[in-house]
Design a binder for this molecule. Structure first.
Ligand code: ATP
Ligand code: MG
Length: 629
């Protein structure tokens, strides 16, 4: 089938389209109605149907593929590698579920998971899904304050955690951070299950803290049946990264999510039963939920869970795993590719990568240089995909499983089935013409898999996402974009990354793109800082490719001048940065997102804010240093 027809059907007749897609998963009880959009913008999917995420990810495959690999756990931090078959995974999930039940956790209760990338984290998520408890995974890098906010919002009955994580061979304490978070939080969870990895000593709180290994022994032969859930019951809450403000608790359903994942695994990621999928993300992010744990397993694939850095023991580690487990589809982020690009290319040639069919990248803009470099190094298509925690699966991409649509450099692709994407003029709300910049919005109903609401706050869901245009009620992504004459979309940054220079509104991302076109700039961040005369001015922090060029003051000034000239030429002098500073590192979150707000705060002499997930704090010191200098 051609994609255009496939897409059109999903928009013109969502009831029939999604009823068909729903056949990709198992239903305990068939649904009465595929879609209920009687109370916009809230959408219900597969009303009256009963299913279960854990059943579809695990039990469903036990009968036919019981001894085949399901979860491949690799840690280069603790030098461990273990393969769980579907049957073994089911047994572990039932043990975890039995422990949870013994603590009184039942359908609808929240369970907060604050764990490193260990197999028990996947068992915990799947065990929640199995018994109808609602998980809320909090990224293991978050510090006590961020964790406490999430505890108070989700109000979990139970927390599942571990003694420590590990990064670059160094243990990172979890338990003391958790204890502190529970101290700070208003809400006090009744119990904490602790996986003791033997990395760090732990203090235990009598009556509250439970040792996982001991409890597991008691439930070795547990047989916990699946709890069938109505499709619109909640499966989980996941907080957005908080790049642009207070994190929002994204609430997801059961049936719609399962169908969306099955559908995206088939049409976008082209995963086949029995193959191996490798996503390098973390279970603390949405990619980890959708494409480490649930998606691949629902598709009957083995999934690799990886704890460690991409360059340890050396830059060949990921490719060794691709060879060893015959990975067919791999998912990563541009930031990880940029890390690899700094390493000698031999590491990519050392392994047999012939099993690999495609590399998917998401999370931040994929620049052309990075994209071309990795595509030629691997010799496989690189498929950019654009989405958000809120949507749970790609909004823009190419669906190679439907039709071999060509990709276009710099573009994450076109709207995926079910997403009625439009670009609207920010002030008039009119639909933009081809190549005209506007806000990327989605017309309701959102397809299955997308957020149901903001957890516990329907009003915030409507006010935040659906109330940005007076002309019509549409979901705003808060990203700028354009659509070209052939229907390919380009993402131009976030709507709040806008600066106002003497009355001109400029996107920092556009200025960054312009600067990146200079041959001696490898990466750049642009922020707007206060200026008495103009309101704001742009300031750039660039990483030069060739550091020698700026070794002398003359060299530095020359490069600064050249960069300014590039901006003058492409965007005009209003966009010209007042200063171009050179650094070797830029502050980013662990998921690769530029911390523009923190850079801006430093430039304006303010507190850089919540930095618990910053990749490398030294980057901020550099910014402070160059700005002072
Ligand atoms: P918060 O919403 O709390 O500020 P966040 O937006 O960083 O946090 P995520 O949901 O993890 O949280 O990130 C989604 C955003 O990441 C998108 O809205 C977009 O800005 C960016 N993004 C994701 N994928 C791509 C891509 N392929 N190309 C360009 N930008 C992308
Ligand atoms: Mg966001």
């Amino acid at each position: 089938m051609n994609f255009a027809d496939f897409y059109r059907q999903s928009i013109d007749d969502p009831q029939t389209f999604w009823a068909n897609e729903a056949r990709l998963i198992d239903w305990h009880k068939p649904f009465d109605q595929a879609m209920d959009y009687s109370r916009p913008p809230f959408t219900k999917w597969f009303v009256g149907g009963e299913t279960n995420l854990c059943h579809n990810a695990v039990d469903r495959w036990v009968a036919t593929r019981g001894d085949e690999p399901a979860l491949i756990m690799v840690s280069t931090e603790t030098d461990t590698e273990k393969v769980y078959s579907f049957r073994e995974l089911q047994a572990e999930v039932m043990r975890m579920a039995a422990i949870m039940r013994s603590l009184g956790v039942t359908r609808g209760d929240r369970v907060l998971i604050y764990m490193p990338m260990i197999a028990e984290a996947a068992f915990a998520m799947l065990a929640c899904a199995r018994i109808g408890a609602i998980h809320s995974v909090v990224f293991g890098g978050f510090a006590s304050n961020s964790l406490a906010t999430r505890i108070d919002d989700a109000k979990p009955k139970l927390v599942i955690s571990a003694d420590a994580g590990s990064r670059g061979g160094k243990s990172v304490a979890y338990k003391p951070l958790l204890d502190q978070a529970i101290d700070i939080a208003q809400h006090k969870p009744a119990h904490v299950i602790l996986v003791d990895r033997g990395l760090m000593p732990m203090e235990r709180k009598a009556g509250r803290d439970i040792d996982y290994a001991a409890a597991r022994e008691r439930y070795l032969h547990a047989d916990v049946p699946v709890t069938w859930l109505e499709s619109n019951e909640m499966s989980y809450v996941l907080y957005t990264s908080g790049t642009t403000g207070k994190p929002k608790g994204v609430q997801r359903d059961v049936g719609g999510y399962a169908v969306a994942l099955a559908s995206s695994m088939r049409h976008i990621f082209c995963g086949k039963v029995g193959e191996t999928y490798f996503s390098t993300s973390d279970i603390g992010w949405v990619v980890g939920h959708s494409y480490i744990v649930y998606g691949p397993l629902i598709a009957g694939m083995a999934t690799i869970m990886y704890e460690g850095l991409p360059i340890r023991p050396d830059a060949g580690i990921w490719w060794r795993l691709v060879e060893k487990y015959k990975v067919t589809r791999m998912f990563s982020a541009p930031t990880a590719v940029r890390v690899l690009k700094k390493q000698p290319p031999e590491f990519m040639r050392k392994y047999d990568l012939s099993s690999l069919k495609a590399l998917y990248l998401a999370g931040e803009p994929l620049d052309e240089t990075t994209s071309e470099w990795i595509a030629s190094a691997l010799g496989v298509p690189v498929i950019d995909n654009y989405w958000q925690t809120e949507t749970g699966w790609p909004i823009l991409s190419v669906a190679k499983g439907v039709e071999d649509t060509p990709t276009r450099l710099g573009s994450p692709g076109m709207p995926m089935h079910g997403y009625k994407v439009k670009i609207l003029n920010e002030s008039t709300g009119a639909v933009c013409s081809a190549n005209e910049k506007g806000v990327v919005v989605i017309e309701g109903p959102l397809p299955p898999g997308c957020m149901q609401t903001v957890y516990g706050d329907d009003a915030r869901f409507v006010n935040t996402y659906w109330s940005n245009f007076a002309s019509e009620q549409v979901y705003s992504t808060f990203d700028w974009g354009i659509r070209d004459q052939d229907g390919y979309y380009f993402i131009l940054g976030r709507t709040d990354d806008v600066i106002n220079v003497a009355g001109h509104r400029l996107g920092t991302r556009e200025i960054e793109e312009s600067i990146s076109s200079h041959p001696n700039v490898s990466e750049v961040a642009v922020v707007g800082i206060e200026d008495k005369l103009k309101g704001q001015v742009a300031v750039a922090f660039a990483i030069p490719k060739n550091a020698e060029a700026i070794a002398t003051t003359e060299g530095r000034l020359a490069l600064e001048g050249e960069v300014m000239a590039v901006v003058d030429k492409s965007l005009g002098s209003v966009a010209r940065p007042a200063r171009v500073y050179f650094v070797t590192l830029l502050p980013k979150t662990r998921s690769g997102k530029l911390l523009r707000r923190s850079i801006q705060a430093i430039c304006e002499g303010r507190d850089p804010g919540d930095l618990t997930t910053i990749e490398d704090p030294a980057s901020l010191e550099q910014i402070r240093g160059v700005v002072k200098g």
